[in-house]
Write a protein that binds this ligand. Sequence first.
Ligand SMILES: Cc1cc2nc3c(=O)[nH]c(=O)nc-3n(C[C@H](O)[C@H](O)[C@H](O)COP(=O)(O)O)c2cc1C
Length: 202
Amino acid sequence: MSLDDASFRRAAGQFASGIVVVTTRGGHAMTVSAFTSVSLDPPLVLFCAEKIARFHDAVLAEGSWAVSILAEDDEKTARWLATRGRPLDGQLEGVAYHPGPATGAPLLDDALAALECRTTAVHDAGDHSIVVGEVEAVTAPPETADRGPLLHYSGAYRRLRSLPRTVTGALTPVTVRDHARPGFSAGRPLRSGPGPSPGRPR
Ligand SMILES: Cc1cc2nc3c(=O)[nH]c(=O)nc-3n(C[C@H](O)[C@H](O)[C@H](O)COP(=O)(O)O)c2cc1C
């Protein structure tokens, strides 16, 4: 079966992702959506780096890196650090950051959270490398509830929109009652249509 490039891109683009900036101590920074946590014990994360990106060789040579998870108001930074051919010198000018305590790589002050990592494996994957790192330090601001993450979906930057309260309200009591009442099946589907919900007092 032949696969056309545009269909593959469109299909893959239906998977919504967050946006991070990966940085090295040398001050190189790149916008990345292919990031995920992998393991809790040991704590591992990975990101995919395109082999033709200048960042690819820079991060492999450095051996350590930092990940800043962008907030919804950081789109400008994401666009800038995804611009191919931008000058490498001073690319973080105009972006507030501080050096990470474990790696010295820049952590963006406005990030929702940041992780500092040491490379433990690099896997070849077509035109990308999968870079796995052990997390050595994390920074998570205590209060982030008022700022959501920057997302990327179907070729555009997005923000989270909360589901209507009615949906949350319908699901929460069912979960609570399922656990509270002996013999009450916890595994059956939740009802969302009209009529008495199994979790509400009748
Ligand atoms: C939304 C978005 C997500 C991206 N995700 C990745 C990614 O996961 N891995 C990657 O190698 N490049 C990714 N890129 C492309 C790089 O950010 C871009 O090519 C960058 O300029 C490469 O770094 P360089 O300038 O050091 O070569 C992404 C770009 C955008 C706009």
